[in-house]
Design a binder for this molecule. Structure first.
Ligand code: F0G
Length: 451
């Protein structure tokens, strides 16, 4: 029996096509916009295919005790809300999802907010949130008989894709901007056996080249323009709601790069609301690095009517993106949820990352924009003291160890970038100390600190 109940709807002109009819670049043949997966059976109240919220909440929790591989996945555990495969037996899983939702007690105290949580998507098998999208879209590639998959990436998508492709026995092609991704991520693509090409361009240039390639060769595109990626990446929204006993947080704060993730989480919350699982949406805010802020500019200039690409610069290399593919979807999520969109400086990102480290969690630089953004939203009064906030941490701290070491050594930021924040930054630095191998030397380093 087919478990496939979906169709694709163009986000621009609204035209609908069957999943298998999408062009290789996933752009609408009529208007060039991206597609969104939709499930026609859900719209009929009382209809046969409309999911039953109470039954699903019970079933999803039950599956956490199951030993079946699909149930052990924090994506496929929710498969009733992503019926995108003909046969769920084709799913390629590494037990992604089911990531922790941690309290951040230090941040709560420092910012005077009752509840701040971090949904740590860096705790996925390849160390980033991309795994949840990759298990979904790569499973579609396998089901549709592709031998090759490909992505352009700032590093995490390629690591995730290479891992899932290896698992499925597919070949993978990675295009990355030369010299502009973190070593940890590059090493993963190599380790998982991808054909890894470093191109003399930026992320946006890599995606452009890849789009031409997939239009010529039978290679399945796995960037977040692929609507099935979004289906997998919406599932952390289900996990957040479930972990809060189906109470919706007041705010969800997400980093913004190519803007697939904010679109996906918005879709997840919207679907839960429309199915009657939750009463309302959280306010979803997107934070960009100040040097890579095309969405911030677009919303300020023309309320998201159009987007002017920028040349992107930030040490948070994961979000060094100047021409985000999913900007229209993200702009809609911000607008319909009543969220905000703002940018943060390099120094603010570095400080927030160190503070998340002190919570015992750590994250990669791009993830830390969420805490940096929360500080601004709190200062502006957008977030109130009695509210519940969830920060989405997208990547593991070990993805970009160079950044962390440079920060603690004091070589990360320029004097200009530190201006006005020197005291705060120095208080957060914990450089490694070189000492003679004697107890006395070590004790002298602890002087005044122990006891
Ligand atoms: N955080 C991390 C750690 C990322 O790797 C990315 C994107 C983002 C945030 C932004 O998410 O693009 O959905 O808005 N990384 C992509 C990649 C582009 O190729 O790994 P987004």
């Amino acid at each position: 029996m087919s478990e496939n109940l979906h169709q694709l709807r163009c986000f621009g002109c609204g035209s609908r096509i069957a999943g298998a009819e999408a062009r290789p670049d996933f752009r609408c043949a009529q208007c060039g916009e991206l597609f969104e997966v939709e499930y026609p059976g859900w719209s009929q109240r009382g209809g046969h295919d409309r999911p039953n919220p109470g039954a699903l909440k019970w079933l999803w929790r039950e599956r956490r005790c199951s030993g079946e591989s699909l149930d052990e996945s924090g994506v496929w555990r929710f498969r009733e809300l992503l019926p995108i495969l003909e046969n769920f037996g084709n799913a390629v899983t590494l037990r992604e999802g089911n990531t922790p939702l941690y309290r951040l007690p230090r941040a709560e105290k420092a910012l005077g907010i009752d509840r701040i949580f971090a949904k740590h998507q860096g705790m996925n098998p390849s160390g980033s949130f991309k795994d949840t999208g990759m298990t979904a879209a790569l499973s579609v590639a396998r089901e549709r008989g592709f031998d090759w998959v490909a992505c352009a990436s700032t590093g995490n998508t390629s690591a995730a894709m290479a891992a899932y492709a290896a698992r499925a026995g597919l070949r993978s092609l990675v295009l990355i901007p030369e010299g502009k991704i973190a070593w940890g991520k590059l090493s993963q693509a190599m380790d998982y056996g991808a054909v890894t090409c470093q191109l003399k361009t930026d992320f946006d240039g890599c995606l452009k080249v890849l789009t031409e390639i997939v239009n010529q060769q039978p290679i399945y595109l796995l960037n977040s323009v692929n609507p099935y990626r979004i289906e997998g990446q919406k599932t952390p929204a289900f996990e957040i709601a479930e972990a809060l006993d189906w109470n919706v947080p007041d705010h969800l704060i997400v980093p913004g790069g190519n803007l697939g993730n904010s679109s996906a989480l918005g879709k997840g919350f919207r679907e839960m609301r429309d199915l009657g699982m939750i009463p309302r949406l959280p306010k979803i805010s997107v934070i960009q690095a100040a040097g890579a802020n095309p969405l911030v500019r677009s919303l300020a200039a023309n309320r998201g009517a159009s987007l002017e690409p920028v040349e992107a610069h930030t040490r948070a290399t994961a979000i060094r993106i100047g021409n985000p593919a999913s900007w229209r979807k993200a702009a809609k999520v911000i607008e319909e949820s009543g969220g905000s969109c703002l940018d943060v400086s390099e120094a603010e990102i570095a400080m927030a990352k160190a503070e998340i480290g002190f919570e015992g969690l750590g994250c990669e630089p791009a993830s830390a924009v969420t805490l940096a953004g929360l500080k601004k939203l709190r200062a502006q009064g957008v977030v109130r003291a009695d509210e519940t906030v969830v920060l989405l941490l997208t990547g593991h701290t070990l993805k970009d160890a160079d950044y962390t070491i440079d920060f603690h050594r004091g070589t990360l930021l320029t004097d200009d970038e530190k201006k006005g924040l020197e005291g705060g930054i120095d208080a957060l630095r914990r450089n490694a100390i070189s000492l003679d191998a004697t107890p006395a030397a070590v004790l002298s380093a602890l002087k005044g600190k122990v006891g």
